[in-house]
Design a protein around this ligand. Structure first.
Ligand code: PBG
Length: 324
């Protein structure tokens, strides 16, 4: 059937018709909101390159968590700034480390909020790399054992999901093994399966103070040019026991999200990263775009591409929009 018999505009005539045939919907239940936690008391420090995003001390977390629950957002992912860094990133698995304290505080005060943790060393190493250095190279196998300790320490503190973001080979199997040995077989692993060596992480590295002192992350994160390799990375993580597959960044990699969606039946998450958020905020601050609508349209595109779960700094503002 073609024009004039067929007229697609018939179904766009009014709001009710448009919403009847809408294929994709955003809901705050799909969102995971990142929180940055830092030492001290009474601190609520705005990240300059990420307007609306604050670094909070542990005592400020419960208030933030209650606001999120009020907006229908049930999940956070935590990032920590430790008091001290060292070459082995030992603050990442310290019993009284910043993340371990943050998890306990949140699970005590707002138990219904689900806490995911980022399992990585970069915020805790003095050199800023995601693994330990041997002869100036990030050593894969020496890092695995430490990552296992980090994941276990998060589970012991009460984390609901662990999310390894380091991109070492074999880390999902390592973490699954150590969690299972310690009776944490119920804790899911959300693997940063496909994480690119991206320039979009800039504002995050300011917020979390984790830029590498020397070199870059191209020796472990993926080349932005590669799509077939993303399928191999995801297959490995599935075989090693991942429960959720993540693609990161999101908007510049919608094709990858879509390919993973077609290829795998596990839940897919996408991380709408700091640079992607900051660009929208910067253009909106200049009055060049309608920031709220662009944020919502962006998250919709990520969902439409195939992501079930969206990790985003825009979660609160879009949740407010959805509430009307
Ligand atoms: C590493 C990690 C990074 C992000 C999340 N986990 C930084 C990196 O790989 O350099 C980036 C998130 C963002 O840019 O919002 N622990």
């Amino acid at each position: 059937m073609v024009f004039p018999e067929y007229r697609p505009r018939r179904l766009r005539r009014n709001k009710q018709l448009r919403s009847l045939i809408r294929e994709t919907r955003l809901s705050p239940e799909q969102f995971i909101y990142p929180l940055f936690v830092l030492p001290g008391k009474g601190i609520r420090d705005q990240v300059s390159s990420m307007p609306g995003v604050f670094r909070l001390s542990v005592d400020q977390l419960a208030k933030e968590a209650k606001e999120l629950i009020g907006l229908g957002i049930n999940h956070v992912i935590l990032f920590g700034l430790p008091e001290k860094k060292d070459s082995m990133g030992s603050g990442a698995h310290a019993k009284d480390g910043i993340i371990q304290k943050a998890i306990k505080e949140l699970k005590n005060k707002v138990p219904e909020l689900m806490v995911t943790t980022d399992v990585c060393l970069c915020e805790y190493t003095s050199h800023g790399h995601c693994g330990v250095l041997i002869n100036k190279m990030v050593d894969n196998d020496a890092t695995l054992d430490i990552l296992g300790q980090v994941a276990l320490s998060h589970a012991v503190a009460g984390a609901d999901i662990v999310a390894p973001s380091d991109m070492m080979d074999g880390r999902v199997a390592e973490i699954r093994g150590i969690l299972d040995e310690n009776n944490f077989d119920q804790i899911p692993i959300m693997a940063y399966a496909v994480k690119y060596a991206s320039a979009f992480y800039g504002p995050f590295r300011d917020a979390a103070a984790c830029a590498p002192q020397e070199g870059d992350r191209q020796g472990y994160q993926m080349d932005p040019a590669n799509a077939r390799e993303a399928m191999r990375e995801a297959t490995l993580d599935v075989d090693e026991g991942a429960d959720i597959l993540m693609v990161k960044p999101a908007v510049a990699y919608l094709d990858i999200i879509s390919r993973l969606r077609d290829e795998f039946d596990l839940p897919i998450a996408a991380y709408h990263v700091s640079g992607e958020y900051a660009m929208i905020k910067a253009a909106a601050a200049n009055g060049w775009i309608d920031g709220e609508r662009v944020m919502a349209e962006t998250l919709l595109s990520i969902h439409r591409a195939g992501a079930d779960i969206i990790i985003t700094y825009g979660a609160k503002e879009v949740a407010k929009m959805l509430q009307g």
